[in-house]
Design a protein around this ligand. Structure first.
Ligand code: SF4
Length: 188
């Protein structure tokens, strides 16, 4: 498989692999049909980064397109401070940091270093509380785990039997469109 995985879908794949399939199916439709409040708020909170309005300092790179041939991943970083070597991913709210969110940050890091940028620190920034949460650089064991995760993603077959929970489905934006559940979305 030669396709590149979008960094923004790593967390979704952890949440439920089938949601990636549904995302691809409904990608070209009006997002308002299925996007729930938390996703809309997340998109809005990224707008200043995506339109490169959050900083005028020249050492701060915003919304930089990145890719890694080694890991078959691509996407954009939120914020990279060239002077400090600091990579930051902003999230509106971070109750806890999920593995998929870590994978997203590790993926950004791996793309940057493959593109010859120096990265010495990683962090999440919680917009709702203005809190910075430092994250360790991935260890060699973390990189093995990440590679195995990417391989699972690349070889995913939507016909694979799913084991997901009612609670997950009810909080999934595709709930009302998904053929794997009869649950109702909590956002409707
Ligand atoms: S509704 Fe459930 S099974 Fe369907 S994509 Fe969402 S989490 Fe997965």
């Amino acid at each position: 498989m030669n396709e590149y995985i979008n960094l923004s879908s790593l967390n979704d794949f952890c949440f439920c692999p089938y949601s990636i399939y549904l995302h691809n199916v409904y990608e070209s439709t009006d997002k308002e049909l299925f996007q729930a409040a938390p996703q809309v708020r997340g998109s809005l909170s990224h707008q200043s980064i995506d339109t490169k309005q959050a900083s005028t300092q020249k050492e701060i790179l915003l919304s930089l397109p990145v890719y890694s041939e080694t890991y078959h991943i691509m996407g954009k970083i939120d914020l990279y401070d060239r002077e400090k070597g600091a990579l930051v991913e902003r999230k509106y709210k971070l109750g806890q940091i999920y593995r998929g969110q870590l994978y997203q940050l590790w993926g950004q890091y791996l793309c940057l270093i493959e593109m010859n940028y120096e990265v010495t620190s990683l962090a999440f920034f919680e917009i709702s509380t203005h809190k910075t949460i430092p994250i360790a650089l991935p260890s060699s064991q973390d990189l093995v785990e990440f590679k195995q995760f990417i391989d699972r993603f690349l070889s995913y077959d939507p016909l694979t039997p799913l084991s997901t929970s009612i609670n997950k489905c009810r909080h999934c934006i595709y709930c009302n469109l998904c053929d794997k559940t009869d649950e109702e979305n909590v956002y409707t």
